[in-house]
Design a protein around this ligand. Sequence first.
Ligand code: CAA
Length: 399
Amino acid sequence: MDFSLSAEHELIREMAFKFGQQEVLPGLQERDREAKSDRVLLQKMGSAGILGVSIPVKYGGTGTDYISLGIVCEELERADTSARVVMSVHSGLHCLTLLQWANEEQRMRWLPDLASGKKVGAFGLTEPNAGSDAINIKTSAKKEGSSYVINGEKTWISLADYADQFLVITRLEASSAKAPYAAFIVDRTTPGFSSKPLKGKLGVRAGNTGQIFFENMRISAENLLGQEGDGFKVAMSALDHGRYTVAAGAVGIITACLDACRTYASERKVGGEEIGKKQLVQQMIANMVAGRDIGRLLYYQVGWMKNQGLRHTREVSMAKWQNCNYAFQSANDAVEIHGAYGYIDEFPVERYFRNSRGAMIYEGTREIHTLVQAEYELGYRHDKPLDHMLPKWQPSEVF
Ligand code: CAA
């Protein structure tokens, strides 16, 4: 068993950390206060090669392994959740799912522009009345000759107003399939497509979230991912990738909490003594360290399983569930350590607190992950190898 990270991983960590410090943090307080997302950040992420991480060189990506994607997510979220969310929807939910399910012609058609950042991808599963019970989606696709006509709406869509293309899960009209769902790649320029931002979010205010609508939107059958009837599996495997990025990002929040608390606890004095010397403060710091280290082990394990081409649905659910719990607990304690200064946005921990709450809801609530873990343990749920697996990582000469 080898727990060491490679020199490439360390370089990637440094690159993503610097990107967060130099490109994400400047102006963030204002964007967060005013709920303004930064479209230019997407271009910068593309130019820096970040949007091509873990996409094979053959399709224009960096060819780095899947652990690298986790490391990038961790370091970006150390700066701000809104930057990591871009990776979750573009790289995790969209690009890796394409890599897993698209045929060779489709991969060549879409991945190079996505890897270079010329185009940004997003994901549409959730609907106003179908969140945890994704099986109850109503958005429909009707086959007409060599095209499909899509009607419906999706909500809580990250990058709804910015993404160039969406991986959309629909119900199939008049289908006799056991699971009558299909997955499509939808270009936002298609007539019948529209989007609208959601306002008033508790957290991730510097990130764009919205609704997308399809009104008699006709798309080519060439945009179908997998076969008719594969849609639910495509959605669930997309979540395997998205949850990985969320789990890794959660470690970044914990690291950011530790960064802030180390500084504050050594500067703030009570009764002439720095508060870092107080045992109750040390207890909270120790819990954060535990969250960071356990969280890394959990997501590195999933990254390793991805590299080996192994199914990891149970493990990624565990990593997402536990890491997000630890992140929220760490942010809550970081506010506590900062006292009244933790309650105002002059200090970043207030933002960590709001941002970390969202991740306990999206990409599977903590209740869903709790039930899923119990079902595995009780033998009600099993992971079988899939017909379409994410390709095993192939080391490449190009880095
Ligand atoms: N990969 C591929 N196939 C999978 C799979 C995976 N990870 N997981 C399940 N499947 C397959 C199963 O093998 C099964 O196929 P067969 O019938 O051929 O065996 C089929 O899909 C159905 O699977 P389940 O029986 O496990 O389905 P279920 O109904 O029991 O699932 C659930 C229940 C686990 C709760 C699931 O509905 C779920 O995860 N819900 C949460 C949805 C969620 O996370 N939504 C968030 C959306 S994204 C978001 O938050 C917005 C954003 O942009 C950030």
